[in-house]
Every structure is written in structure tokens, then in C-alpha cells.
Design a protein around this ligand. Structure first.
Ligand code: PZK
Length: 285
């Protein structure tokens, strides 16, 4: 079997072991919203995410080595170096969104970072902040303090992954903003190859980040999602209670959402998506 032994399933991805400390990560076309995977897929979503992650891996090598070995011809799977993954999620936030809004409103801080008074939802933060979280097996990841994170990975290792996470985010957010996409926040996962720190998982995709359309940016309220807004709007309209199973998506919502994923790919990479389908290695050049 070319994909080896099945090691695990994420909500929308699969992981397999190959010979020689290599893995295959396969991105499906499944989509989740309000934490529920919907019964209807988005054609080529897995290819868009795989291509985008590979694009960023190729462009951030000088900031941090990563696990990517190859993008397979199917465009939705990558071969990766097997790492000993660190058990924390490295979240970087450049804007006030998601769980940080509530934390800020109740404490004036986010994960121990004091923030200026008077920030509105979706405001850009004065500086990007590193807000680590634990990897919850089920349900939501839990924000932890820098002290707790240091207790898990060690103070020196924490300082290193904080520095790398911030550098990766700054590079990508700056790049994306020039192409009309705000990366409001993002999550990295690092692992060790011996004593070398290596970026793993998928990085800087719409599934691991909040992408917002820059031309619609209006702080003071929640921002539309670049990729999932049609799906969210449809789900809200149906009156679905957000417990499984989710609703099937109508063809127009599927088509509109696919177009948004492809648009994100083309804007960020500058590569026609058809060129990626013809030869996925174009994102590595
Ligand atoms: C690894 N996950 C998350 C779970 C998925 C993905 N390079 C690596 N070495 C060892 N382990 C992992 C990685 C990576 N990336 C990633 N869990 C372990 C995960 C389920 C399905 F697609």
C-alpha cells in the first residue's frame, strides 16, 4: 500500500506512516463549521490547502526548517519527515478575534499579554502576540500561560518556538496583506528531529488560520471569513442548532465556497490553480 499504515484521523485529514521515518498527510475535501464536519464536501478544498501549505513551507525555509519532503502528484497529499511533535499549539494573533475577544473583555489581557484599553473586536493588535494552547484530544484547545507552556516544553524550547512562530506569522501576514488577505491569527505545530526544531503539520492555511478579506475589513464587529462565510451564512439561515449532524450544502453554496478557496490560493501564490492541478510541484519553485 503506497500510503502505509493509518496512524490517525483529524477532522478533515488523515495521517499514514511510510517506510523510513516518513509520513503521508492527506487533506480531504471535508469542511467543518461551528466545529462540526458537514456531510457535503467542497471539491478541491484538500488540494487548495495542501498547495497553500506547501507554498508557505517553500517560502519560510530560511526562517525555520519544516517537515515537507514532497507534494504528491494528486495535489492533496504530502510526504513529510516524521517528528516527535511538541504537545503544544503555537498560536499567534495579530488581531483581536475568537476566544481572545472574551479574554480581553473580562481581563484586559490575552494569555498573560496586557493589551491597551479600548480595543474593539477585530482590531489589529499593537504587536502580534504568542498565545500557546494545549492540544485537547476532543473539543477545544485550551489557552495556557507562558509559564504553563514552559512547564510542558521547557523555558528554552518555549523561547525558541515563540520567536519562530512570531517570525513566521510576521512574514506570512505581511505577504498576504499585500495580496488582499488579512491573516488575523494562525496556529503552528513544531516537532523535533533529534535536537533540531522543525515546523510540522499544515501551516498558514485557511483551516489553521483566520483569513479575512482585506477590502471588507471593518473592526468593531466579527469579520467575514474569507473561505467559510457562505457556509456559515447558509447554516445560520437553516436554523441548524450546531450539533451533529450538520446540514447538507446546496450546490450554489458548494460552488461559491470552492471559488473562495481557489481565490485564496491564486491570490496568495500568484499561480493559476489549473497549473497546480497539472503539476503540484509548481508551488515549490
Ligand atoms: C503528526 N498530527 C496531526 C492528526 C492528520 C494530522 N511530521 C509529523 N511527525 C509526527 N507526527 C505528526 C507529524 C505531522 N504533521 C501530526 N499528529 C501527528 C494529525 C491526524 C491526521 F492529518
Amino acid at each position: 500500500m503506497t500510503d502505509g499504515v493509518h496512524l490517525g484521523s483529524g477532522k478533515v485529514r488523515e495521517l499514514y506512516a511510510l517506510e523510513g521515518d516518513r509520513l503521508v498527510l492527506v487533506a480531504s475535501d471535508r469542511i467543518s463549521t461551528f466545529d462540526v464536519v458537514l456531510p457535503t464536501g467542497i471539491p478541491d478544498k484538500g488540494r487548495v490547502l495542501t498547495g497553500l501549505a506547501a507554498f508557505w513551507f517553500a517560502r519560510t525555509r530560511s526562517i525555520c526548517p519544516n517537515h515537507l519532503l514532497a507534494v504528491r502528484p494528486d495535489g492533496r497529499s504530502t510526504e513529510c519527515r516524521r517528528l516527535d511533535m511538541l504537545p503544544i499549539e503555537c498560536v499567534v494573533r495579530g488581531y483581536l478575534a475568537g476566544s481572545a475577544v472574551k479574554d480581553y473583555r473580562t481581563t484586559g489581557q490575552v494569555c498573560g499579554h496586557p493589551l491597551p484599553a479600548g480595543l474593539a473586536e477585530s482590531d489589529r493588535l499593537p504587536e502580534p502576540i504568542f498565545t500557546p494552547a494545549t492540544k485537547a484530544q476532543t473539543g477545544h484547545d485550551e489557552n495556557i500561560t507562558r509559564e504553563q507552556a514552559a512547564g510542558i516544553v521547557g523555558a528554552e524550547r518555549l523561547a525558541e518556538i515563540e520567536r519562530l512562530s512570531l517570525a513566521l506569522y510576521r512574514f506570512a501576514a505581511d505577504y498576504a496583506l499585500g495580496r488582499g488577505i488579512i491573516i488575523a491569527d494562525t496556529k503552528f505545530e513544531f516537532g523535533l528531529d533529534g535536537d533540531q526544531l522543525v515546523l510540522g503539520d499544515e501551516a498558514l492555511t485557511p483551516d489553521s488560520s483566520r483569513f479575512w478579506p482585506a477590502d471588507q475589513y471593518a473592526p468593531g464587529k466579527a469579520q467575514p471569513s474569507f473561505d467559510k462565510q457562505f457556509v456559515r451564512d447558509f447554516c445560520e439561515k437553516t436554523g441548524w442548532d450546531k450539533t451533529p449532524p450538520g446540514p447538507e450544502l446546496p450546490p450554489a453554496v458548494v460552488a461559491g465556497t470552492r471559488a473562495r478557496y481557489v481565490e485564496a490560493f491564486e491570490r496568495l501564490t500568484g499561480i493559476p490553480f489549473a497549473d497546480y492541478l497539472a503539476d503540484p510541484s509548481v508551488v515549490l519553485r
